[in-house]
Design a protein around this ligand. Structure first.
Ligand code: CA
Ligand code: CA
Length: 362
């Protein structure tokens, strides 16, 4: 997600490889926890994380009526978050905001269709999210889902919408045929970068914040998505699978905001996902996992790592045996928020911690 795959919801459009693989991410973590990892391993992972994250707190839980939740981003003042969650007993995500002081989630999407990839405008007065609530087939019998897990869906009825903070004044920003989602604002609030399949393949696009002037930035066969503007607005960080060979070889990539110099930042045999800038723009955080472990009968551990834009200074931030994905920093860089099943959860929820930047990124 946003990070973003955004996590996708169902496999209506037949792009099953991401769905299956991402569903496995969270399933694997659940099994690890259910199996009861040795306490010593938990202690070690906490000690290993201690230099970077402290006071780890679970922000969402089932007592709030949320079956699972994830892909959360801070408001510009750092006091609220916006995230996606499945209302208890339902099978599609809706978008919620939550004031961090009162911890009462509020649904701000329509309650219909499926939603993903929400983001606050830097002014703090608007939000965007992707939703399929205008899908003309809503309410008709659906095909059974292939998986209950966390999954990408390239729903062709998914479009990006702008709304007031309370969800009112809903305004559609994209109307091209095909999936449009994974949107985020530039730091100056003037532009939105997003993923679209309007040209047949997932590519990175940019538009003005009011939806005008939509234009394509990337042209590479395979999934490209989860884009975020750098704080200076010059570069867009995203992830792409340019091998397009069904093995999910996602790599981190950057493209200039004018579409030039599209390049890979990582080049490895690992799964590199959901990059998100640290506010300084000197480094970013992302999720990495070794999917090759599966071929050897072992479980990949999804953890958060940091790196500089030249692809060096790789630093591991989380070590918990459960999945740690979809990270985001508070605007002041003092908090890290991410999606995890740590603590033995059977479904993912949103976590936050005090964050200490590794000194090599100062
Ligand atoms: Ca592509
Ligand atoms: Ca982990």
């Amino acid at each position: 997600m946003n990070g973003k795959p955004c996590p996708r919801i169902r496999n209506d459009s037949g792009v099953g490889r991401y769905l299956i693989a991402l569903a496995a991410i969270f399933r694997a973590a659940a099994v690890v926890n259910a199996a009861g990892d040795p306490i010593a391993k938990e202690v070690n992972s906490k000690e290993a994380e201690a230099p970077y994250i402290a006071h780890v707190t679970q922000l969402t839980d089932t007592s709030m009526g949320l079956g699972k939740a994830g892909e959360a981003y801070f408001s510009p003042d750092g006091k609220s978050i916006i995230f996606q969650a499945m209302p208890a007993g339902q099978t599609d995500y809706q978008i919620y905001t939550m004031d961090l002081a009162s911890r009462k989630p509020k649904m701000v999407s329509t309650g219909k269709g499926a939603c993903t990839c929400a983001y606050f405008h830097p002014s703090g007065r608007k939000i965007i999210y992707a939703s399929s609530h205008l899908d003309p087939t809503l309410g008709q019998p659906k095909q059974p889902k292939e998986s209950k897990g966390y999954a990408w869906d390239f729903n062709e009825h998914m479009d990006i919408f702008e709304a007031d903070l309370d969800g009112g004044n809903l305004h559609r920003l994209t109307d091209a045929p095909g999936y449009d989602a994974e949107g985020s604002y530039s730091f100056d609030g003037k532009s939105i970068v997003f993923t679209s399949m309007r040209d047949g393949d997932q590519e990175i696009y940019v538009m003005d914040a009011d939806g005008k002037n939509q234009r394509r930035l990337t042209d590479g066969k395979g999934y490209d998505g989860g884009p975020f503007f750098s704080p200076d607005g010059k570069t867009i960080l995203y992830r792409g699978d340019r091998r397009d060979d069904a093995k999910m070889n996602l790599q981190l990539r950057m493209v200039n905001a004018d579409g030039t110099n599209d390049r890979a930042i990582t080049d490895n045999e690992l799964f590199n996902w959901c990059p998100f800038w640290y506010p300084s723009g000197k480094c970013f955080i992302f999720t990495q996992a070794d999917h090759g472990l599966r071929e050897r009968g072992e479980r990949p551990n999804y953890d958060l790592y940091m790196m500089t834009p030249d692809g060096t200074h790789l630093t591991r931030i989380t070590f918990d045996p459960a999945s740690d994905v979809l990270p985001a920093f508070s605007p002041d860089g003092n908090k890290l928020m991410w999606t995890s099943k740590r603590g033995g959860l059977t479904e993912a929820q949103v976590f936050v911690a005090d964050f200490t930047l590794p000194k090599e990124f100062n």
